[in-house]
Design a binder for this molecule. Structure first.
Ligand SMILES: NC(=O)c1ccc[n+]([C@@H]2O[C@H](COP(=O)([O-])OP(=O)(O)OC[C@H]3O[C@@H](n4cnc5c(N)ncnc54)[C@H](OP(=O)(O)O)[C@@H]3O)[C@@H](O)[C@H]2O)c1
Length: 242
């Protein structure tokens, strides 16, 4: 699936960062692209930057009804990319469980909501690309609940790859390490972000953060290669190889 002419791709989190970089490449490959996020102005700007094949749809992926409305509005879906979500950091002792639950609402149940409501519209032979993170395989400080989320997405991706294979639908996961130049939201202040970046770069054999283009190139390979399914691909400068 490398020529995407006539295809419809939905990219959640498509207004910024990794999702935006993936959406740009999908559009370049010929696909119509629907960018999804909560803030419409940001999505409209992103769609304008991508050009004619892109449009914006405002929805909170944590809200089932809004996700249902998104897919109701579409005739078909060929590619679903679920990059929406932020991060939350805290120790287990000090973090109210509600905070981890909120993280799961957007970033875990958001991906479940999108898969559930996209599938009736997805063509046989379509592709789902989920997004996790390397925290299930490498230690990320103060990220206990987040590490569980990453592992849960990876497990779900492998399971769905088997469930959906009879329809020819492939399911893969990109698992970013530290990717800079994104708008990622978290509860950390500037000093906390600086500390996190320093620790992550020290743990990364290539000793630098990736950029959204690195994740997008990996994503497009997983989308285009029609023999890849059930793959969890780290894009992490070697972090999980240590
Ligand atoms: N950057 C990294 O180092 C890294 C590492 C591991 C995993 N990840 C994951 O990779 C994904 C992309 O991250 P990124 O770094 O590219 O960050 P980003 O630039 O902030 O992208 C996240 C996007 O998701 C949207 N979003 C957040 N919550 C949403 C919700 N409930 N409903 C709809 N849209 C929502 C945001 O737009 P609105 O605010 O307008 O909704 C934003 O455009 C995220 O899931 C992130 O957790 C990133």
């Amino acid at each position: 699936m490398s020529d995407l002419s006539g295809k419809v791709s939905v990219v959640t989190g498509g207004g910024t960062g990794i999702g935006f970089a993936i959406a740009q490449r999908l559009a370049r490959a010929g696909s119509e692209v629907v960018l999804v996020g909560r803030r419409l102005p940001r999505l409209v700007d992103a769609a304008a930057e991508i050009g004619g094949a892109a449009r914006a749809f405002a929805a909170d992926v944590a809200d089932e009804q809004q996700v249902a409305a998104l897919f109701d509005s579409l005739e078909r879906v060929d590619v679903l990319v679920t990059c929406a979500g932020g991060a939350f950091f805290g120790t287990m002792q000090d973090t109210p469980p509600r905070s981890w639950r909120n993280l799961f609402d957007g970033r875990f149940f958001g991906q479940i909501n999108c898969c559930h409501y996209a599938l009736p519209k997805m063509v046989d032979g379509g592709v789902i690309l989920l997004c996790s993170g390397i925290a299930d395989a490498a230690h990320v400080p103060d990220y206990g609940g987040g590490s569980a989320l990453c592992g849960a997405i990876n497990a779900m991706g492998r399971n769905l790859a088997v469930e959906l294979a009879p329809r020819g639908i492939r399911v893969n996961v990109i698992s970013p390490g530290l990717i800079a130049d994104t708008a990622i939201e978290s509860n950390l202040d500037d000093a906390g972000v600086g500390k996190l970046f320093a620790a992550a770069i020290a743990a990364t054999p290539l000793r630098r953060a990736g950029v959204p283009a690195n994740a997008a190139d990996a994503a497009l390979a997983l989308i285009a290669n029609d023999y890849l399914t059930g793959v969890v691909l780290p894009v992490d400068g070697g972090w999980t190889a240590t």
